[in-house]
Design a protein around this ligand. Structure first.
Ligand SMILES: [Zn+2]
Length: 65
């Protein structure tokens, strides 16, 4: 699936290693979604990760494809 924000990057499913949450993330603009992927529900990766107490690094993700 192609990201509705940048209309360029692919969206991957990923697991956050330390808290078992699953998210979707765009490889290009780092927009994150928890469930429904559309152009209104995305959140910036840094902001999303900080809100749940993470550092906001890609190292904290395990890409599931
Ligand atoms: Zn994107």
């Amino acid at each position: 699936m192609i990201c509705p924000y940048c209309e360029y990057g692919r969206i991957f499913k990923a697991k956050i290693r330390d808290c078992d949450k699953k998210i979707y993330i765009c490889e290009e603009c780092d927009t994150v979604w928890e469930e429904q992927i559309n152009d209104e529900t995305g959140v910036g990766f840094d902001r999303y990760m900080k809100e749940i107490g993470m550092r906001g690094s890609w190292d904290e993700l395990e890409i599931l494809l």
